[in-house]
Design a protein around this ligand. Structure first.
Ligand code: OGA
Ligand code: NI
Length: 350
């Protein structure tokens, strides 16, 4: 069975027909999830209520954001302004996409990471030495009109629902960028102004049930290449965040998003806020869907620490300024690794 099973490119198309995972998915013993050692006690990362972000309590919410960004780099948000119906429709149509026949999904298949709309598997399948138990669809979604024509046309409602969702989430991200700028003591439009014409991508991660979840990952530990990531997930847990030398499980709460600091924010904030290691594990019982929105500078933007946060005495620039495209090329030139791509952009210490 295993030989024919691995001739399928997407995990979805063989997962339910194997009782052992193919060897190409098996991690070496020292690189396994060790699920019994994961912290599962519950309240893992802060939950911030954004209801009054534009009201008299703004200063208090900014304070909570500052705390969450500097101590966790990860937080959840509720009352974020994205309607529940928009979220439900997005999750449902994404699930429908992955439940389509293989031939429909494979129409978009590509291993070329420069393609702006593609279905693929693992992380960077041409670089990954060991594969990950994940299939995904990746799209670019800002400006929407530049990309919507290449998005999947099936399910028929996919384009409309995704366009509405992406527009709503972008509005939320712009609010978050203002609030995070303020939380760093910067002008509220500081971060937004540093991102050139901005870029927004989405991934639709589909993790089929896995007969041997202890041996593999949905996604191994990594840091996001973004400014910020806004993650929507279904009700199946799987996300884990590395905190105080331990992996901590983050349980889904309906109608909340998970926000995390990405590498570009680590640079702009001069390491006041750090990009945090996280991973996704799989389980034997249930498929899992997660939909991260990745917010980026445009490729022409030049990223570097905010001048206001540099101080020769006690806070010298940790990074030099670099064209975002240089980072981007480095990120996709490799497999997903726990090491950050940022080392190459450190300020010289001479
Ligand atoms: C990612 C990611 C986590 C998840 O796509 O970068 O970290 O829970 N996903 O799927
Ligand atoms: Ni991630």
């Amino acid at each position: 069975m295993a030989a024919s099973a691995t001739s399928k490119l997407l995990v979805s198309d063989f997962a339910s027909s194997v009782t052992h995972i193919p060897l190409t998915y098996v991690r070496p013993i020292l690189d396994r999830p060790n699920l019994s050692e994961v912290e599962t006690s519950g309240d893992s990362i802060p939950l911030i209520d954004l209801r009054d972000l534009h009201g008299p309590n703004r200063a208090e919410i900014i304070h909570q954001l500052a705390n969450a960004c500097s101590t966790y780099g990860f937080f959840q948000i509720k009352n974020h302004g994205v309607p529940e119906t928009t979220i439900d429709k997005m999750l449902n149509v994404a699930r429908e996409f992955f439940h389509q026949p293989e031939s429909e999904r494979m129409k978009h298949y590509s291993t070329d990471s420069t393609k702006k709309t593609r279905v693929s598997t693992s992380f960077n399948v041409s670089e990954d030495k060991i594969l990950n138990w994940r299939d995904y669809l990746r799209i670019h979604c800002f400006p929407i009109e530049d990309f919507i024509n290449e998005w999947p046309s099936k399910p028929v409602s996919f384009k409309d629902i995704t366009a509405e969702y992406a527009t709503r989430v972008r509005a939320l991200v712009l609010n978050l960028l203002e609030a995070i700028s303020e939380s760093l003591g910067l002008e509220k439009d500081h971060i937004s102004n540093r991102l050139g014409t901005h870029a927004q991508h989405m991934a639709f991660n589909y993790y089929p049930p896995c007969p041997e979840p202890e041996l593999t990952y949905g996604l191994p530990g990594h840091k996001d290449p973004t400014v910020v990531t806004v993650l929507l997930q279904d009700q199946v847990s799987g996300l884990q965040v590395f905190k105080d030398d331990k992996w901590v499980a983050v349980y889904p709460i309906p109608n909340t998003f998970i926000v995390n600091i990405g590498d570009q924010m680590q640079v702009i904030s001069n390491e006041k806020y750090k990009s945090v290691l996280h991973r996704a594990v799989v389980n034997t019982e249930k498929e899992r869907l997660s939909i991260p929105t990745f917010y980026f500078p445009s490729t022409d933007a030049v990223i570097g620490p905010a001048q206001e946060l540099i101080n020769e005495q006690d806070s010298p620039a940790v990074y030099k300024s670099f064209p975002f495209v240089e980072y981007w090329d480095k990120f996709w030139d490799r497999s997903l690794a726990t090491a950050s791509c940022l080392d190459a952009f450190k300020a010289s210490t001479t």
